[in-house]
Design a protein around this ligand. Structure first.
Ligand SMILES: Cc1cc2nc3c(=O)[nH]c(=O)nc-3n(C[C@H](O)[C@H](O)[C@H](O)COP(=O)(O)OP(=O)(O)OC[C@H]3O[C@@H](n4cnc5c(N)ncnc54)[C@H](O)[C@@H]3O)c2cc1C
Length: 431
């Protein structure tokens, strides 16, 4: 079989790339070893759409992508018979604590014109009475005798009113793949790519576990936590200045107390003071994850095909008790409800959207637990990288830019290069 483009991975990133490329008339084959679009790490995503990153390009990328999520049906132009994912606006509250004072992001928001407020402890108490304003820094493990210590002071917070989340991340990926198919893309589920075929300088296609070869002048690695395996198959790991590898995480769902349900206008909360993030979720629940505080061990995974999906009692207890500190009315449930999942984390928690030294081989990976929100622009960036290379442009030497329609400002796509020096970021999922 021959096609213009093979996209490896039908997650939210591969789906967005396939949509962007099929929309402009390229023949696209999406290959996924799973059985459905978005069934990989995308299905576990908290799907938070916020604008708080450490660098200008990353904030702009999130801010521009957000308009696409808000106008999802219009952007896709195709109604998915299986339903459409929806953006739910909640606002986003990030506590200002010792390890995260929010100053760099506040300055970027000022510059771009992203609306926000600074809420004092008194204003927080009044606006969000369920949330405790105590400072417990640094985050602690529950076996630390200081875990239950009284607050050492009070916190203020940044609040942006425009953030939110997509109600169903897997459905969002399905919507993208469905829209790509409406433009002629084909899907090959339950088919594993086992070889990236090239002559060392030019891509030729991929080989599947069934031994079938798909010939294509363009192959894109959007394999999520398996992306480093695919880059190894392509033989490009050696040229990369940024590592990316699977990192195991756990996320939970718990009953929300009265006052912190979606209908109560509860916000998304990033609380690096205790080491958690949480948000209201449909059905009267809370979705909760961790922010990689220094006291928590990071669970790097050697093989993205060999890890435990079940949750761990100690991690669950820690997360629940941290939430109970921040929200004293939260009733800790008797048993865990959650899932283990993988990030594809880079050294600096910034993704890689790039070409490679093999002509026709591209990568959209290293999404570091924070790129669901940026999938629409990731799709556009990969299309622009392909078009630039075909026009003879060397992106490695002179990085291309994308001017976002919302701001008219240029995003330097070179900020997401595989060759970059690690960027100065929070060093966590916050990016
Ligand atoms: C627990 C969790 C919470 C998160 N929360 C947020 C959040 O709140 N906000 C945010 O912006 N981001 C968040 N993220 C990050 C975001 O969800 C991910 O960056 C994004 O979903 C990654 O999408 P993907 O398409 O790259 O990967 P995936 O969805 O994993 O898709 C990759 C696909 O590639 C396929 N594949 C792999 N290897 C092969 C092969 N050899 N052959 C064929 N197919 C292959 C897999 O089957 C898979 O379907 C979170 C991530 C996790 C895990």
């Amino acid at each position: 079989m021959k096609t213009d483009v093979v996209v490896i991975g039908a997650g939210v990133i591969g789906g967005a790339i396939a949509f962007e490329l099929s929309k402009v008339g390229r023949s696209v084959v999406i290959v996924d070893k799973g059985s459905a679009a978005g069934a990989g790490s995308t299905s576990a995503s908290s799907a938070i759409i916020r604008f708080s990153y450490s660098t200008h390009d990353a904030v702009l990328m999130a801010w521009e992508s957000a308009t696409i999520w808000e106008n999802w049906a219009e952007y896709l132009g195709v109604v998915d018979p299986d339903g459409m994912a929806k953006f739910i606006r909640t606002g986003y509250l990030v506590y200002r604590t010792v390890g995260y004072d929010g100053e760099s992001v506040r300055k970027i928001w000022e510059d771009i014109g992203i609306p926000y407020e600074i809420l004092s402890a008194a204003q927080l108490r009044e606006r969000f009475p369920l949330l405790d304003v105590g400072s417990y820094w640094p985050p602690k493990r529950i076996d630390d005798p200081a875990f239950g210590d009284d607050a050492s002071g009070e916190l203020s917070a940044l609040y942006d009113p425009l953030s939110g989340f997509m109600d169903d991340p897997m459905l969002a990926a399905h919507n993208l793949v469905n829209a790509a198919k409406a433009h002629g893309a084909q899907t090959r589920f339950k088919q594993e790519v086992v070889s990236i075929d090239s002559d060392g300088t030019r891509i030729k296609g991929v080989t599947l576990a069934s031994s079938e070869c798909i010939e294509a002048p363009i192959v894109i690695n959007a394999a999520g936590p398996h992306a480093s395996k695919i880059n190894a198959l392509a033989g490009v790991l050696g040229e990369m200045n940024i590592r990316h590898r699977p990192l195991r995480q756990e996320v939970y769902v718990a009953p929300a107390p009265k006052g912190f349900k979606l209908e109560d206008n509860a916000p998304i909360v990033a609380d690096l003071d205790t080491g958690i993030y949480f948000r209201p979720h449909p059905g009267g629940t809370i979705n909760l994850g961790g922010t990689e505080p220094a006291c928590d061990e990071l669970h790097w995974i050697d093989d993205a095909d060999d890890w435990r999906q079940e949750t761990t009692v100690e991690i669950w207890e820690t997360m629940m008790l941290r939430l109970a500190r921040r929200m004293p009315d939260f009733g800790v449930p008797v048993s865990p409800s959650g899932i283990g999942a993988l990030y594809d984390a880079t050294d600096d928690w910034v993704p890689i959207y790039d070409r490679s030294s093999i002509e026709g081989y591209y990568m959209a990976c290293g999404t570091s637990g924070n790129q669901f929100k940026n999938a629409p622009l990731a799709g556009i960036f990969i299309r622009l990288l392909i078009e630039a290379a075909e026009a003879g442009h060397n992106h490695d030497k002179a990085p291309i830019k994308y001017v976002g329609p919302r701001t008219g400002r240029a995003i330097n796509i070179g900020a997401f290069s595989r060759l970059r020096e690690p960027q100065n970021t929070s060093g966590t999922v916050m990016g």
